[in-house]
Structures are given as C-alpha cells and as structure tokens.
Design a binder for this molecule. Sequence first.
Ligand code: SIN
Length: 528
Amino acid sequence: MTLTGSWDAAADLVVVGAGVAGLTAATEAVRLGLRVLVVAKDAVDTSTRYAQGGMATATIDDVAAHAEDTVVAGAGLCDPEAVRSVVGDGAAAFAALTALGARFDASADGGVARTREGGHRTARIVHAGGDATGAEIQRVLTAAGPTALTDAVVLSVITGPRGAAGVVVATADPGGALESVGVIRAPAVLLATGGSSMLFATGTNPTGATGDGIALALAAGAEIADVEFVQFHPTVFFAPGGHGRLPLISEALRGEGASLIDQGGRPVVGDAHPLGDLAPRDVVSRAIAARLSDTGATHVLLDARGVPDVARRFPTVTRSCRERGIDPATTPIPVAPAAHYACGGIVTDLAGRTRVPGLFAAGEVARTGLHGANRLASNSLLEGVVLGRRVAAAARERFGTDPTGDPVVPRVARRLDRAVLQAAASAGIGVVRDAAGIDAVRRVAAGAVDRPLTTVRDVEDSALTTLLDATVTAAALRTETRGAHTRRDHPDADPAQCRSLVLSRDDDGALSVRLGDLARRPVPAGVS
Ligand code: SIN
C-alpha cells in the first residue's frame, strides 16, 4: 500500500535512535551545518544509558595490543581493518566526549582512571561515575544533540532512484497506539536503533531494544551479517522468575578482583582459560552454562567482597543489588548469563554506509567487522562514538541529493506474539544451542502471520520476528562452535566456516544467505 503521510518534514539527515551512535552523529552533523532530525521511541531509556564498565580507549602505545585483544575475542571473524581503524580512534573518541563535557573518573595520581574487563590483557577502559559510564555519555549527548521527536516509531525507510530518501514515521499516544503518520524527506538516513535483547526472555537492554533497525534495513535492501552471534553477558543479576531487562553486574567488578564461584564455593572458570575469570565473555558464559548444567543450579555467584570500597567504586551495581536484598560488600551476588549484545547487524563500511546509497547504520545495530563472533568488553561505546562521527561526515556527501521515492506505509506485518517468541528464542538459541533446539525455534517462527500494525509494540514484534527468522537461519547453518555461538552438537570451531553469513531479502521478500568474503584470520592457539 502506498500512501502519503498526514504530515511532512524535511532534513539533510534523519537519525533513528537516540543512544551513543545516533546522538554522536546528530551532534556532529549539526556542527557540520546539516539540518538533522532525530526520531526515537524513547530518548531516555536507551541501551547506552545502562552501559556500566566503560569505554575501551587505548593510549597510542597500546593500540596494537587493544586491536589484538579485540581480534582474539572475535574468534576469527573480525575484519582486521575495521579493528585497526576503530581502536585507533579511541583517543579521538575520548577527546570528543570530554569536549562535550563528559567527566571521566580520575586515578589517584590525577590521570584518567582505567580498569580491566574480560578479554583485555591490560587496564585500558575509561569509566565515569564508577560504573555509570553510559549514563554520563548519554547525559552529555542528550544535552548537546538536536531535539528529538520521541514517542515515534519508524515504519519504513523511503528509497528511490538515488537511494535512501527519508523515513515514514508514526507517532504514538501515551498508551503506545499509533496516531498520525508522517513523512520525513532526507537524502541521508542513519539507523542507530541499538540492540535487540528483547528477543530473549531475559536481557540487559531496555524494553525498546527490539531490533527495529534490522527489519528496516532488510526491507530497504541492505544486508545483515553475523546475527547468530548474540552475546550473553555472564553476570546479570539472577532472581527466580526474572523477566525482561535485568540489572547488569559489570564485568569491571572482576577487573577489580571479584570472582565467580558456584554455590559450593568452587571457581567457575578456573583453569579453563589463561585469563581465568577475565576470559572473553563467550568463554565465561559457556563455563557458567556448563556448571549450571552439571549442578542443576539456576545461578552462580559473583563474590565481590574483596573489591576495595565496592559501594563507592560500583554505585550502580550496589544500588541494584541492595534493591533486591543483596549487599555486594558482604554477600556474593547471584548471577546468570542473559542476552546482552548483538555482535552482528547491518553490514556497513567504516563510515557506516550500507549498500543502499544514503542509508547508514551505526552502533549496536550495525556490523562493521569490529566485533566478529564475540565483542570485546567496552568496545561498544567506543564504536558508537567513532562511527557516529564518521557517519556525520559521510552524510554530508549526500547534501543536495534529491530525496525522491514513494513512501510505503505498512498496514500489516508478519509477526509472532512476544511471549511466544521470547520463550522459543530462550529455549532454542540461548547460550548453548543444538540442531533440535534450533529446529524447534524454526517451527515456532514459521507460525508467524500477517497482522495489523496498530501499536508501537506491534511494530516491535514484527521487527523481533524478522530478527528471529534471521538469527535462527544463521544459527542452523553455522554447524560449529565459534565465539558467542555455542553448538553442543558441534563443540569445536571449524576452520572451513571461518566466514560471515550475510543475509538479505530476495525480491519476493524471502531471506537469502551468502558467505561473506572477509579474509580469514587465524585465531591464536588456546583462545576461545
Ligand atoms: C559491563 O560493564 O560488564 C558491560 C560492558 C560491555 O558490555 O562492554
């Protein structure tokens, strides 16, 4: 169905999403003289706001080591050029944030405090407010960025002969019912919609993290890749019956001396990896899953009693735990893995360009090749700032392009009920997967039917359904264990499968898969 909207607007760049990548791009684009419109479902409750540990920021003499740690964590699927490029811009990203007024924590000698997290061999992670780094970054970017159109969901990207030409937007009433439909014409569109941990029953992202950008990009003709690599954070607060967004218990606690034990007091990771409790995240989550399966327990414990002055250093974690009756200074914290980060996403180059001219993606929704099969801790805020700035410059190249194209207003979309979808994903494509579980998810996904779009939640469920299709397709094809994709029935990495799976929509709307053409990069022996 092709309709025009009930209102119209125009910009040089439309940014969809108000987290670190979106607002960095918006702020920079305004500085470059572009007219920018930011559209967001919620400008406050972004994934960025919940980021705790910090931003991995190598000093000049540490860039090579940071790149190496990133590649090791990425288990063979990082694009070395992307890694070098993004990691090399760490100091510039830090300077850009401090120029906006971000206050990072200082060390005792008055320099910048740096901590460690999983997979990092040295302390290179800058942080703010102890464990409130994302909140501080969100604070300065929200203050600096252009005003956002909030309570608004993008229904489609307009495309035409010159590529992206704007977006169709629906505003929503306070109950989430869609109201007016509008058209924003622009020659450059940035998808910066964040993550998708709402695909699962438990996760660390806010409720709006439903993979919207993935669905929009596929419909507009862009490619996605590496979507089977869903990173499960090893230490998320465990409470019986917990559902939806659960409190993250920062990995930086282990960087400051906390350790993972089971309920019998035995180490969980132990000698399974040379970095022990600070092994890359996939290794630690797998170790926890194995221990839970061996013991029949629902959770393990993070013992932070030895972390010096834990309440002052980790105020966010301490508050979350105390609200749930646990004081980390005196009692080990019950934790279990939960969905945290989409390592894959919309395929872009190193300036955020997709294969659709004028359509950009940045932040968690994008796949630059930095993360490979498993993102290194605290590389996400870094990537959001670095790519956000580059997108602004690349969007300027589209300045003056005529944004011609027919707006498409979808009235129905194929979707599953959210609870059904989350239960299926958690059971079949969680931390540990196998063919039978993946097949079970495929059968559930096949039951999705076209239903009217009348609320924001309908739009989100349709995006989640698309993401489920894509994730389960890739998970079935990857018959090996690599990074965040663990197959119980294929426990080893298969060098022949050291390629990205790239998905796009056919002309008839079906998902098709091709093998990525990344150069293979051997992973050093003994890791991941
Ligand atoms: C954490 O603080 O453990 C999360 C940091 C990240 O996801 O990179």
